[in-house]
Design a protein. Structure first.
Length: 242
């Protein structure tokens, strides 16, 4: 089973990574384009504040192949958004980190696909941003570039990532399970984005602690008040409701 996650915008100083990212050449090239983009244009491109644009101008100015190889920190411990905060990778031992590194994958607009212990440098780039690389918008570029990588996956795929990042994957021919979290609000089922992110992190922790490798075992998840809904789920979409 391979579990796909989104990255996080919030990043912190992490632990040393074990290996270079798989798409090293591409991420260095994309970072060069962003380094050549003015702070004002980064504000528009990345849809961020001027202060964040200044921060990312510096990040891309400092970004290089050598820096990534020599100083890159593990993606698992660098991402610090809601999903990763609720996953709490610091709680796991070496064996459990090995399980995470083997079974989880992180989709990134800069790095393509990351294994959790791959080296990364801090950045800001989302799959929805209208950056063009090799004459393709970034999401389409990665969708095409990742075809070979995806074709080599023979295991069931579990999507714990957002729709924005799913679009970068060619899922044709794969055994795919979508995970969704919804809440009853005024008698209507709604997706509450923040709570859904936190629930994805809790499910990642649940998978890790229990070393789950069979999709059906995910139905046992019941953290944060969510429970699997047999009646509202389908063969390829597991809905958890609270």
């Amino acid at each position: 089973m391979k579990i796909f996650l989104s990255p996080a915008k919030k990043m912190v100083a992490g632990k040393p990574g074990l290996r270079n990212p798989m798409f090293l050449d591409e991420c260095v090239d994309i970072a060069k384009i962003l380094n050549q983009t003015s702070t004002k244009d980064l504000t528009k491109l990345l849809e961020i504040s001027p202060a964040l644009a200044e921060l990312n101008t510096k990040r891309y100015s400092d970004f290089s192949r050598d820096t990534l190889i020599n100083d890159g920190e593990s993606a698992l411990f660098t991402y610090a958004g809601d999903v990763y905060h609720h996953w709490q990778p610091d709680q796991f031992n070496e064996e459990e980190i090995g399980f995470i590194d083997e079974h989880f994958l992180i989709i990134s607009a800069l790095y393509g696909i990351l294994r959790p212990m791959d080296k990364i440098l801090p950045y800001r780039l989302e799959m929805k941003n209208k950056l063009y690389y090799q004459d393709k918008i970034i999401s389409q570029y990665w969708h095409d570039r990742l075809n070979t990588f995806m074709s080599n996956i023979k295991e069931p795929i579990v999507l714990l990532c957002s729709n924005e990042y799913q679009k970068a994957l060619n899922l044709k021919g794969h055994d795919v399970t979508h995970i969704k979290f919804q809440e009853v609000r005024n008698g209507v089922l709604k997706t509450i984005a923040l709570n859904a992110k936190r629930a994805r992190g809790q499910m990642a922790a649940f998978i890790t602690k229990n070393k789950i490798q069979k999709v059906d075992e995910l139905k046992q998840f019941n953290d944060m008040g969510y429970n699997f809904s047999e009646s509202c789920s389908t063969e390829n979409t597991f809905l958890f409701i609270k």
